[in-house]
Design a protein around this ligand. Structure first.
Ligand code: GDP
Ligand code: MG
Length: 312
């Protein structure tokens, strides 16, 4: 069993040494632990520091590609290097490295494909009220969209089995955290969670520079991912509501017409017609998206087999 711990890093020369130092190199049930740092176009000495501190592999992008891309390249590289389990942790030493054995235990036991470290956000003192609220609301939406029961969806401390890593495809460019969970839920991978510890805060979050931007990007990622996996349900729900809204308004119009007062209600007749037409079209869009989604499932299967062959 080989474990690779991957650390996406952007300008992290200050906190990377501690992060690497805290990663246990001997874990029961694991023959070899290796560390992979993905330096995403840092302008400081992140890559050199990573090597000096004992990272076994360092990938460096010349220009910044964003966390989601870095995460994907990390997963693929780890698979290439023969990882059986891949753990992701943050370079700001936010997560407690000593919890890695606990995090991978459900995978070793054959009970999970993905394990998400749950920070038990309610009890983290240095999280602001807004961050806690966003984390909770976001996690709830992700639970509904992914049909899983993950309490801490944006957590970056997580473990993937080789099978889960082979099946993961990230489309969004900003964050991988939400998309991986929704995808895993729909691919029927076993997603588990366990409580983990966090270290005192070392610096402000770089990803959440503006709350509104964060909400906007997270919401659009969730909607896009959900629509990708459940297009018919997504579009037909909207379409049916509009269509029957239109039916209701036309029934009301017919009632007035038979009562002899139709002339004053032409506006609502127009609204009814527009709603019914739009609703019908949205349902048709749902059907087309469903056909596209069927293609996507086939493509995903091909990508999965290619990756597997590549590894063998
Ligand atoms: N590859 C990559 N990693 C990034 C980027 N921005 C932040 N990170 C890394 O992502 C992790 C989480 O970032 P952080 O600012 O701590 O966000 P937090 O999750 O809100 O605490 C850290 O390891 C950062 O070094 C980026 O643009 N590209
Ligand atoms: Mg952080």
């Amino acid at each position: 069993m080989k474990l690779i711990v991957q650390i996406p890093a952007l300008n992290e020369e200050e906190t990377l040494p501690e992060t690497i130092k805290d990663i246990p190199r001997e874990i029961p049930g694991i023959d070899k632990v290796e560390i992979l740092v993905i330096d995403d176009g840092s302008t400081d000495r992140t890559s050199q520091i990573a090597r000096e501190c004992g990272a076994d592999h360092v990938i460096r992008f010349k220009v910044n590609q964003g966390l989601a891309r870095g995460f994907m390249v990390g997963l693929q590289t780890a698979l290439h290097l023969g990882a059986d389990i891949i753990v992701n942790t943050d370079a700001d030493n936010q997560y407690y490295g000593g919890d890695i054995p606990k995090l991978i235990q459900p995978i070793l036991d054959g009970k999970a494909d993905i394990v998400i470290g749950d920070r038990e956000v309610g009890s983290v003192k240095h999280f602001s009220f807004t961050k806690k609220f966003l984390q909770k609301a976001g996690s709830w939406v992700v639970r509904v969209a992914s049909e899983t029961r993950i309490p801490d969806a944006p957590s970056g401390f997580r473990a993937f089995s080789r099978e889960a890593a082979l099946r993961t495809n990230i489309i969004s460019g900003y964050t991988y955290t939400l998309e991986t969970i929704i995808q895993a839920g729909h691919n029927r991978l076993a997603v588990a969670h366990i409580p983990i510890r966090t270290n005192p805060k070392t610096r402000e979050s770089r990803l959440i520079s503006s709350i509104w931007r964060y909400i906007w990007i997270s919401a659009s990622t969730i909607i896009r991912t959900y629509a990708m996996y459940r297009p018919l349900r997504f579009f037909s729900t909207i379409g049916i509501i509009m269509f029957f809204g239109g039916v209701f308004i036309s029934a009301r119009y017919l009632y007035y017409m038979f009562m002899g007062a139709g002339a004053g209600h032409i506006q609502s007749l127009i609204l009814a017609a527009v709603l019914m037409m739009l609703g019908f079209q949205i349902i048709v869009i749902g059907l087309i998206s469903d056909l596209i989604a069927a293609n996507r499932r086939l493509s995903e299967e091909i990508v999965y087999r290619l990756r597997k062959m590549d590894r063998e």
